[in-house]
Design a binder for this molecule. Sequence first.
Ligand code: ADP
Ligand code: ZN
Length: 523
Amino acid sequence: MRETQEPLEVLHRVFGHTGFRGMQEEVVRHAVAGGSGLVLMPTGGGKSLCFQVPALCRPGLGVVVSPLIALMEDQVAALRQQDIPAAALHSDLDPDEARTVRRALNDGSLKLLYVSPERLVNEETLARLDEMRLALFAIDEAHCVSQWGHHFRPEYRGLTVLAERFPAVPRLALTATADPRTVQDIQRQLRLEDSPLFRASFDRPNIFIAAQPREQERTQIRQFIRRAGDGTGAGLIYCGSRRKAEQTAEWLRADGHDSLVFHAGLEPGEKREAHRRFARGDAVVMAATIAFGMGIDRPDVRWVAHTDLPRSPESWYQEIGRGGRDGLPAQALLLYGAGDIALARHRIGESSAGDDQKRVERQRLDAMVAIAEAATCRRQLLLRCFGEDAPEPCGQCDICQNPPRLFDGTVAAQKLLSAVLRTGRRFGLGHLIDVLQGKTTAKVAQFGHDQLPTFGVGRDLTETAWKGIARQLVAQGALDVAVENHGELVPTDAARPILKGEQPVMFREELVAPASRPMPRAR
Ligand code: ADP
Ligand code: ZN
């Protein structure tokens, strides 16, 4: 039997690529030499080759753990085309197929085995592997081991056994989730604390990023698609709920798009069909919840839109990272509203998670809000969430191309907050704006709010401007929206220094005032 092979030779012969990209070579050489490690690379960064090449270079069987059956099947099919004996073992196989794979495993004719975590930690499989020569273990989507993430899979916890039972076999864990807590968790669970961490840059400079408050959702999305779509590639639009995904697919279809829908409520057959059509169609548009994600490897997704605020920068980045995997320009647009922020905060509060987890989720949400409401380069803020310091503004986001003017909105903020207080913290934004703008509606008259000192003090700003100010105060944590009731606005402790004039509030001018607002004190 041949001993180790040359990585570059395998890369050419089996995969037909001319050279390694970025960190790949370093990881491959380390693994070929028998080292373990954790690899952090963005989606589309080329993680698969990092374990496939060393598995083929080293003698013995390479075992790849993956939670995604579709992805396993794709990779196995591709390897077999190159005459590499590969197979997948998972719960979707019928008994005959499973027997064939086990037989191949037993007679030692396999080079690569893709296996679901539950099949791997099954005693029968482990006992078989005990007797075999193993090239390496690759643990793909390794963030599934962490409870901090949104993709926790309890079966992944069982993988701790690999380090104990096969201490001499290299373990390569791979993930696109780089947030420090998840990374630590993976290292601990998979016993990789003393192994190197390979961290590729998460920057995807070919993706232009932009965010806008949601005003006229459909109009905003239509304009975005018109600019970003190229008539051939695919587009992806993430929605906050199944219902919204269905509705979005519907109006897109009415607009003449070849639109599909995907969410966790579909039947398995419908899901497969949606995946298949998305993979093939020209100018196809997918409206989906976050259930649509892992395992999409269409390289020419030209745009990714979000109709609702994602729950963390990690999720957002992973989702927009599905755009432009071919390296050509792609566009991302995020729409969000104050209600999203309040609802997300509310959901975290109500969830069954422990206090620590809730704190982490709140921090992530705050970071996401900060990116959405950013007054400086969005990419710099985003990369900072992954522990990367980008010294220069990127030039490839809406803020860089069109830097916002800031104005001191302290007085406006005080007016809104005092309207909230004087009306007894019992009203939603619509009524508060009526009071501020001095409109004597029936409701205003009923509650005698036309007698308040704040009545009419906000005539200088438009309704849109007041909405923007409310949203920014919610984003900054000075106001809460009581989502569990009727959406009334409630000031928090952070409102006090603003009311007292101890803390100035800077607003992005165009968020607050589309054209019609009188000139603010610009900075
Ligand atoms: P990830 O798993 O990190 O999301 P993949 O392993 O699926 O990324 O790779 C993304 C795409 O990049 C694939 O189409 C793959 O063929 C391509 N690719 C990866 N490495 C190279 C390379 N060294 N040369 C050319 N193409 C590559
Ligand atoms: Zn930028």
